[in-house]
Write a protein of this length. Structure first.
Length: 409
């Protein structure tokens, strides 16, 4: 019997946490572990391993293994990479898909979808020309199942990270055509439900699954709307038109205020704070505050201790009071595409040029440390048991010593 991931998503862990999917155990960039370094130094660099191929997928962490995916352009192959957590040694590299490479935006890659794992299987999503391919492999790299849920069309390429909820693998496929979100059984890849998406417009948002307003909700922005679904059945709970056409950044939830915060996107720029307790069409009724300042298109924001932190693609960082929308500070940080992560009350920013900053959220711009990785960075970090895993343009970095610290909250 496969273990369920729901406790990781909906409750504070009493033990050290894995980082099993995009943005971690709660899909929001937060870690409850302790003992993380605040920057990169000779002392905090545990290992650095050169990776084959290229890709923007984030690393994931389960126990003694660190996993990511890559594209090998010369072989026209997409592969899973499994590394030893202690040493950074590449343990195995297994092909998932061999096919021609799709067209893409210059800032995208052919391996941008972060994998997910439940500790027994590794789940990946790639594009085979015009078809989405979702696969499950075991921890030796052997394929267990593979399905092709439908087509996908976007001149920007592909990036649909699978996420886990209970017995399901969920993949969002908003695209320039009949978009869909589909849930598969983790054990065998059977389709469990399918959502037909409106408006036929590409977006790349990974859904957020949380307990909000007394119910389990799967919320995402994309295809000219913001929507909430029941992740067990795929049924619609509420929806909001707009506020723009395309989205990439994932939404976050502020526990203190009970507000859902959404950033998007293109061509118009909006941040919305939404009361997530509605039903049906809530376009005119459930926006608590909104602003056009500080909007991110690609990097996902974060909520930490009642503060909402965000950085635009062009590199303007903002810290808002999550409840009121009041701006605490604004700072230039250079271009960003990696999403924000946090632990122990600290928020980590890494810009495209490999500059890593750790900040204490608050009314003032309080930088705890600033360091250079000396590689470009487009992937979002993973945080687990006092260690930070960062994928650069050539290498995977491990910062910090592994701890068995109990949860910080």
């Amino acid at each position: 019997m496969m273990r369920y991931v729901l406790p990781l998503l909906l409750a504070t862990s009493l033990h050290a946490e894995n980082w099993p999917q995009w943005r971690g155990p709660r899909l929001d960039g937060t870690s409850h572990d302790r003992g993380f370094p605040i920057g990169l130094t000779e002392k905090t660099l545990t290992w650095k391993t050169e990776l084959p191929g290229e890709g923007h997928a984030s690393p994931i962490v389960w126990g003694d293994r660190v996993i990511t995916v890559a594209s090998l352009p010369d072989e026209q192959q997409r592969v899973i990479l499994c590394l030893d957590r202690a040493s950074g040694k590449l343990l195995w590299q297994k092909p998932v898909l061999t096919t021609g490479l799709e067209g893409k935006h210059r800032l995208n890659s052919h391996a941008s979808s972060t994998p997910a794992t439940d500790g027994e299987l590794i789940f990946t999503a790639f594009l085979d020309q015009t078809e989405v391919v979702v696969s499950a492999h075991d921890f030796s790299g052997k394929q267990v199942w593979q399905v092709r849920p439908g087509t996908f069309a976007s001149k920007h390429g592909f990036c649909s990270s699978p996420i886990l909820f209970e017995d399901k693998v969920i993949v969002n496929c908003d695209h320039d055509g009949p978009g869909y979100i589909v849930a598969f059984a983790r054990a065998d890849g059977r389709e469990l439900w399918r959502i037909q998406r409106p408006n036929q417009t590409r977006s790349y948002c990974v859904p957020l699954i949380r307990e909000m307003a007394g119910r389990t909700q799967m919320v995402l922005s994309g295809s000219k709307c913001i929507t909430s679904y029941d992740p067990r059945t795929g049924s619609l709970i509420w929806m909001m038109d707009g506020p723009t056409e395309q989205f990439v950044a994932s939404p976050v939830f502020d526990e203190k205020s009970g507000l859902l915060l959404v950033s998007g996107g293109f061509p118009e720029h909006h941040i919305l704070a939404i009361q997530p307790d509605g039903f049906g069409d809530v376009t005119q009724t459930h926006i608590e505050w909104r602003t056009n300042k500080g909007v991110a298109y690609v990097p996902s924001p974060i909520c930490e201790n009642g503060w909402f932190l965000i950085v635009s693609d062009s590199g303007i960082g903002h810290c808002f009071d999550a409840k009121t929308g009041e701006i605490a500070w604004e700072e230039r940080m250079k271009e960003h595409h990696a999403s924000l992560v946090s632990a122990e009350g600290k928020v980590f920013f890494i810009n495209d040029f490999g500059t890593m900053r750790s900040l204490k959220p608050g009314k003032n711009y309080d930088v705890l440390a600033e360091s250079e990785l000396d590689e470009k960075v487009f992937s979002s970090p993973a945080m687990s048991e006092g260690q930070i895993f960062i994928r650069g343009s050539q290498s995977l970095f491990c910062l910090g010593k592994r701890t068995a610290a109990t949860a910080a909250r």
